[in-house]
Design a protein around this ligand. Structure first.
Ligand code: NDP
Ligand SMILES: O=C(O)C1=N[C@H](C(=O)O)C[C@H](O)C1
Length: 267
């Protein structure tokens, strides 16, 4: 029996990519597809929109109808994701969330929902970035605070949140490596007379332009030398492939809030 998948944000950039990846994966089918109320795509066949041919699945705005599946995948906006997570928890449907831009309070609410259904929540589903998270934590632990950490990211001009969820995740990994609380050391942007940099800060710079899929660089700047490690995505298929892998992994799993590092077994 094929794993039945529901896709939230199905007509978006990632939703279409996920629909394609699920359709092309062995033993999985897209059974339900949702988008926002009022979307011009309601009623359209999601397979046609995703470029894989008709799947006989019409785009709906009925959240609960989409949750009658084995696992649901969500790439939308924070407010929508919170609604989807609440309904998924009520119905016991496992959920894979790729949406970024959630506040700390929204993440805390998500953790509550994960007490009743299994949720994989990851700002970046690619294998490369999840390896990078582990490497950044290790490098950060190995270098003392005389090494300034700065994180630079660039994305396409349609992106609505900043810094990217991945950049924040890399910052959290760096803070963890140093044994510091992220919120105590993060400087999410700078302008004007900032004064000199304080030792121990983790700084962020956000670039937006063109069709850049997602570039991230973590810079460890020391006296007389720099270590730079990064990742560049050249297609959204790497994120969709990760979402498919997470969906297989989380289906039928006991409730809890999981990360992509759990899915990939990267410690
Ligand atoms: N974790 C990862 O690996 C990745 C995460 N992302 C994240 O995924 C999210 C989506 O990115 P992307 O696909 O590029 O964005 P898009 O804007 O292309 O897609 C978002 C989709 O969500 C829909 N939507 C908006 N509001 C609602 C709502 N209230 N209820 C239901 N659906 C809604 C949009 O509909 P409409 O267009 O009609 O408004 C659209 O179809 C972002 O947060 C992004 O950062 C992106 C890539 C990889
Ligand atoms: O919005 C995007 O496009 C992306 N968002 C994610 C993020 O905020 O980190 C992941 C990826 O970089 C693409």
């Amino acid at each position: 029996m094929a794993l039945a998948v529901g896709v939230f944000g199905s007509t978006g950039r990632m939703g279409r990519m996920v629909t394609r990846a699920v359709t092309e994966a062995d033993g999985m089918t897209v059974n339900k597809a949702a988008d926002r109320a009022g979307s011009a795509h309601l009623g359209a066949d999601i397979g046609d929109l995703a470029g894989v041919g008709s799947l006989g699945v019409s785009v709906t705005d009925d959240v609960d109808a989409v949750l009658g599946v084995d696992v649901a995948i969500d790439f939308t906006l924070p407010e929508a994701t919170l609604v989807h997570a609440a309904r998924a928890a009520a119905s016991g449907t496992p959920l894979v969330i790729g949406t970024t831009g959630l506040t700390n309070a929204q993440e805390a609410t998500l953790a509550e929902h994960a007490k009743t259904t299994a949720i994989v929540y990851a700002p970046n589903m690619s294998l490369g970035v999840n390896l990078l998270l582990a490497v950044v934590e290790q490098v950060s632990a190995a270098l003392d605070e005389a090494w300034d950490i700065e994180i630079v990211e660039m994305h396409h001009n349609r992106k609505v949140d900043a810094p990217s969820g991945t950049a924040l995740g890399l910052g959290r990994a760096a803070a963890k490596g140093r044994g510091r609380a992220f919120d105590d050391v993060a400087v999410l942007s700078r302008e004007g007379m900032t004064g000199p940099r304080e030792q121990g800060q983790i700084g962020f710079a956000t670039l937006r332009g063109g069709d850049v899929i997602g570039d991230h660089t973590v810079i460890f700047a020391g006296a007389g030398e720099r270590v730079e490690i990064g990742h560049k995505a050249s297609g959204r298929d790497v994120f969709a492939a990760g979402a498919v892998r997470a969906a297989r992994w989380v289906a039928g799993r006991t409730p809890g809030l999981y990360t992509m590092r759990d899915v990939l077994g990267i410690t």
